[in-house]
Design a protein around this ligand. Structure first.
Ligand code: ADP
Ligand code: NA
Length: 329
């Protein structure tokens, strides 16, 4: 039985990924690569759906790729590439747009959120059709599984609807992908606004960035919003801030929440924060060192990405050719 095909992407929309990206997605990319035929991409086409700067985008794309490798994505066991290097994404994206109903696209809740933040005058059509391009990203590789957070489930549903519609109209072509919430994926909350998800691209930012200076990280953790109580116990409703800190600790140290509650019995939030800052910065030190090393030789990094794009095209090009032929091109 061939290993199940998996596709996932991340936007180069910040100078660094966050602990949320890592614990909610990227760590699972790494653990899935051995028993999956994994395609992982830095989705730079998606990154221009909002305001952008060319030099910054170019830099962030490389930094994103370097961080992925530093976190453990192995270009020898997964296909790691940059979306714009594989023109079939945009090509299939157009075909998919022509298959998508306007009302259907209008129902995507992430667009409603993001466009409100952009303001009506600066919302692009690209932001509106973003989920359709995402569908093309997935279908181009006949991915069976798409590891996603809850926030992306609706887009995988749209992908399945579009695949079903295409298959019905033109004959069996696309594999129907399944949203896959990998075991151990943690939802990380913002340290300053623990009712919101930590994000690399959205304010507010109580976000812990993987490439932040350890002093900055320690300070962010020290000043994390907690509640007025003093007991270190998990209680998502009453103590979302403390619960989030415990969840991050648990995800990185591998110790269960119960074990940590026991460990912090009779000690306060200050102790939890101090220890967590150490756990986080110890964990990130080798990732930062490896990222710096990879970025010191961008020519080599670009070669790795070019090889990834070539492998990706071996799969993508025949799928697109089949689609074009079926559509009548
Ligand atoms: P961001 O909002 O940080 O810009 P993206 O939309 O690029 O993140 O998402 C990249 C991946 O990281 C997605 O799979 C998403 O579900 C996951 N992710 C983002 N933020 C978090 C978080 N705070 N906790 C868990 N997973 C997250
Ligand atoms: Na693999």
């Amino acid at each position: 039985v061939p290993a199940p095909r998996v596709l996932s992407g991340i936007q180069p929309t910040a100078d660094s990924f966050t602990l949320g990206n890592y614990l909610g997605a990227l760590r699972q990319w790494v653990s899935m690569q051995d028993d999956h035929d994994a395609f992982y991409c830095v989705v730079d086409l998606h990154a221009i759906t909002v305001e952008q700067d060319p030099a910054v985008l170019r830099r962030r794309t490389l930094v994103a790729a370097a961080q992925l490798i530093a976190l453990g994505v192995d270009p020898a066991s997964s296909t790691l590439f940059v979306q714009s290097h594989v023109p079939e994404h945009a090509q299939l994206g157009w075909v998919m747009q022509c298959l998508t109903g306007f009302g259907e696209a209008s129902r995507m809740t992430q667009f409603k959120d993001k466009s409100q933040r952009q303001g009506a005058g600066s919302t692009s059509v690209g932001l509106f059709t973003y989920p359709v391009l995402q569908a093309a990203d997935i279908l181009l590789y006949q991915a069976e599984r798409v590891p996603v957070g809850e926030d992306q489930r609706q887009h995988v549903e749209l992908t399945r609807d579009l695949a079903t519609r295409f298959n019905g109209r033109y004959g069996a072509t696309f594999t129907l992908p399944e949203a896959y919430i990998p075991p151990g994926a943690a939802k990380v909350l913002d340290l300053q606004t623990p009712e919101k998800q930590m994000s690399k691209s959205l304010p507010p930012s109580g976000g812990v960035f993987l490439l932040d200076d350890p002093k900055v990280t320690a300070k962010k953790i020290r000043s994390a919003v907690t509640d007025t109580g003093r007991e270190v116990v998990a209680d998502p409703v009453g103590k979302p801030g403390v619960t989030n800190l415990l969840a991050i600790h648990s995800a990185l140290s591998g110790r269960s929440t119960a074990e940590l509650e026991e460990h912090f019995t009779g000690r306060g939030y200050g102790d939890l924060k101090k220890e967590l800052a150490e756990v986080v910065t110890d964990h990130l030190a080798p990732v930062q060192a490896r990222t710096t090393e990879l970025l010191a030789d961008t020519a080599e990094l670009e070669r790795v990405l070019a090889a990834g794009a070539a492998r990706a095209r071996e799969v993508a090009a025949p799928v697109l050719a089949d689609v074009y032929a079926k559509v009548g091109f």
